[in-house]
Design a protein around this ligand. Structure first.
Ligand code: FMN
Ligand code: 7N5
Length: 356
């Protein structure tokens, strides 16, 4: 199965405006393209004669021991893309042992998303992606909803002090959710009526003090999503983050940043093993997973590939995407002479074109 076929099927089945919302990014979409292209710049240098019959690709993640090394990155508005919505995605992720990061901008309340995941696997880990609200009481209420729902970690998006300018959405005039859809987690939050994209307000005032407040108030591990600068990775650890997610939001915020993969080694060096480093952006094949793990990631997220699976075939489509990536990754690991994820090391990734 080729993930490109599912993408094509999704493209045919979606309203073109909604397709553009998912596929598109900020500005000229240079970063969208670069995230994928970055993986093409590297090759894997295998080790041989490593002598092991069994492989174990499980990854220990905050609030998710033994998870798949491929997780579902948070993406908004699943009911817009398939009637099964977030519950379909959640069941698929749980069935594949993959962490689902469910979003603030979910079209299903977080409690229902977690319940759907647990209906497949009682131990399923669902993390909650938090967009900090300009009003602290609203942010705290969102966190409480995630905690009460049974989420096992919080993923705070830190790359969105303002919303990215999505060129295609601006051209298509896509600013509001169609009638019948709402950002359900925002219901009855102070000052945040549901019903429009713009009702998930972002806050340019968010700072490290908010991270401190969050870490103090919740017992859940707090990961920061959207770290690119190694100095911020260091700060994240100092402020009590339980993990750092290297991400440029799939090229949907700034169109002037490096590919996520190109930021990974420096962030991994800065974190120096103190907390897990994760990555999302441009992961499309099992060998991409291997390159990212070798360059210092504990696990990698997929945004658009999971959405294409959902739009094309609902729960079964998401499962196919996650199963294919994990299976291809396992095969790549075998070809690299690895038995576990930590067998992939930085010396096994080389720039294409030779180094002499
Ligand atoms: C349609 C769509 C919606 C997204 N919504 C969110 C969101 O609500 N919060 C967030 O932190 N990231 C969001 N993201 C970014 C993803 O979490 C992730 O960083 C990105 O999609 C990874 O790149 P990839 O699509 O190349 O895998 C969204 C991405 C897409 C494509
Ligand atoms: C308005 C909700 C945030 C969606 C988002 O983060 C994205 O589309 O990239």
């Amino acid at each position: 199965m080729n993930l490109r076929d599912l993408h094509e099927k999704a493209r045919r089945s979606l309203d073109p405006v909604h397709y553009d919302y998912v596929a598109g990014g900020a500005g000229e979409e240079r970063v969208v393209a670069d995230n994928e292209r970055a993986f093409d710049r590297y090759a894997l240098l295998p080790r041989v004669l490593c002598g092991g019959e069994r492989r174990d690709t499980a990854a220990d993640l905050p609030g998710a021991p033994g998870a798949s090394p491929v997780f579902v990155a948070p993406t908004a508005f699943h009911r817009l893309l398939h009637p099964g919505g977030e519950p379909a995605t959640a069941r698929a992720a749980a069935a594949e042992g993959a962490v689902l990061v469910t979003g603030t901008a979910s079209t299903t309340p977080v409690a229902e998303v977690v319940a759907a995941a647990r209906s497949r696997d009682r131990e399923a880990a669902v993390w909650f992606q938090l967009t900090a609200h300009p009003r602290r009481e609203a942010t705290r209420a969102l966190v409480r909803r995630a905690e009460d729902a049974g989420c096992t970690a919080l993923v705070v998006t830190v790359d969105s002090p303002v919303f990215g300018r999505h060129t295609r959405d601006l051209r298509n005039g896509f600013t509001d959710l169609p009638p019948g859809h709402a950002a359900e987690n925002m219901r009855d939050l102070p000052g945040a009526p549901p019903g429009a994209l713009t009702d998930i307000p972002m806050s340019p005032a968010v700072s490290w003090a908010d991270v401190d407040d969050l870490v103090r108030r919740t017992a859940l591990p707090v990961l920061l999503k959207g770290i690119l600068h190694p100095a911020d990775a260091r700060l994240a650890v100092e402020h009590g983050a339980a993990g750092v997610l290297v991400s440029n939001h799939g090229g949907r915020q700034s169109d002037a940043v490096p590919a996520a993969l190109d930021c990974l080694p420096a962030v991994a060096d800065a974190v120096a093993g103190r907390v897990p480093v994760l990555l999302d952006g441009g992961v499309r094949r099992g060998s991409d997973v291997a390159v990212a793990l070798a360059l210092g990631a504990r696990a990698v997220g997929v945004g658009r590939p999971a959405v294409w699976g959902l739009a094309a075939e609902g729960e079964a489509g998401v499962r196919r995407v996650l199963a294919a990536l994990r299976d291809e990754y396992d095969h790549t690991l075998a070809l690299c002479g690895g038995r576990r994820n930590s067998d992939l090391t930085r010396d096994m990734v080389v720039r294409k074109g030779g180094t002499w």
